[in-house]
Design a protein around this ligand. Sequence first.
Ligand SMILES: [Zn+2]
Length: 501
Amino acid sequence: MYYQVMSGIVLGVEGSLVRVEVDASNGMPYFSMVGYLSSEVKEAKDRVISALRSVSFPLPPKRITVNLSPADIRKAGSSFDFPIAVAILGSFELFPIQQLKDAFLAGEMSLEGVIRPVRGLLPMILEAKKHGLKKCFVPKANQKELVGIQGIDIYPVATLKEMLDHLRGYQTINRLEPKKFKAGKKPVYPDFSEVKGQYQIKRALEIAAAGRHNVLIIGPSGCGKSMLARCLIGVLPKLDQEELQEVRAIYSARGLSYENAGYPPVRNPHHSVSPSAFLGGGTHLNAGEITLAHDGILLLDEFSEFKKTCIEGLREPMENHNIAISRVGKQYVFPSDFMVVATTNPCPCGNYPDRTKCKCTVSQRIHYRKKVSRPVLERFDMILWAEPVAFEDFDDDSIDSDTISKRILYGRNRQKLRYEKESFSYNSRIPNDKIDEVCNFDDDTKTFMKTIFQQKELSMREFYHMLKVSRTIADLSGEEQISIEHVAEAASFYNRGMELE
Ligand SMILES: [Zn+2]
């Protein structure tokens, strides 16, 4: 007879449901599988036939057709073994067939019928839930990744035999308790009080973290710019439940587990990273570093040393907060709403402006800085120049990370309240058509902004960034109206310096 169960596949970082249909009829003994299958899926046939023997069910000499639909999506991976085996058992009525109405199944199987873990279960289950499915039978080894999912019952299964016994009522598989997700310890990062001097950069990073602004720090080697970037990670507020679920689904799709105690993800790719590992794509359509940094921080040390394709590839995600990747006539959109903190040297040797150490020529310096093009520079809200640390800075009494993180939280909460009914939650994400509505200032401030615009030869995009940074500065000081001081401070954090040569 005919029987069907629901399974799924991950396309990019999103789950999509796949119907597994089996038809067993009389005729020449035959086993065929159709539905736009990759070679791994075709191999399922041998694993399934062998695993069925483990439940004392040698495949009868019948004409068996397995179809995975929809037929226009290419099915890859090994997660169809388990649903195919169960659908075959169902087509021979080996259990009450109503049992799997509203159920989702996925898992790889060994030849003895042991259910093995698969990647991307979380986005698949979220999709199953969206389609009204009520329960999921998934590999036991994947259960940790699924803790905290509400609204759909999850049954971790160890073997095909256990599953069949459960369906026949001989034994019960226990449902996974839907408790709150809590994994990993709070990551430890250096404290701002450990960095001497660099007051302007510390202040800028505090503002950046509060409004999720992108920052580029240019400075000689040894001035502590990478250390400062790391301090910033330690003061970020935790993600909310919705953000956390999204981040976990992205990691699940990549076959990674997300353990950061609810804090935002931090990705720190090396400058030699390949464009597909950085931006996403490749043979398996994997999420890249910029997607793994979604809702978190993308830390880019030695920014000028990254491949040109990587640097230029940031233009789209820094503007739209996602990246579109085309594959075989289809376009997949990966979320990538991250905050960039990039650091770079001012010249190839890294010692400029110390002329006793730096022997780079003007043209070498210009060439080096032009590795980051103007359109990419324009997408940073703050461009800061770190000075070498002065001797007097060593006995300074810096503010610690704890104090800074409290102030950031205050600034964030003000934004959350203001943007409660909006589709965005941070000042840096204010759409251009909303700027007038949320950035209030008087006529004097307006005149001052005009002067800055002309003096700094800003583009419209850069001007808007500066306005958004001013909004965050006003929020941090608890003011609804943006004043001249706020704009002046925001302007002091934007120094391209390219034209100085
Ligand atoms: Zn140099």
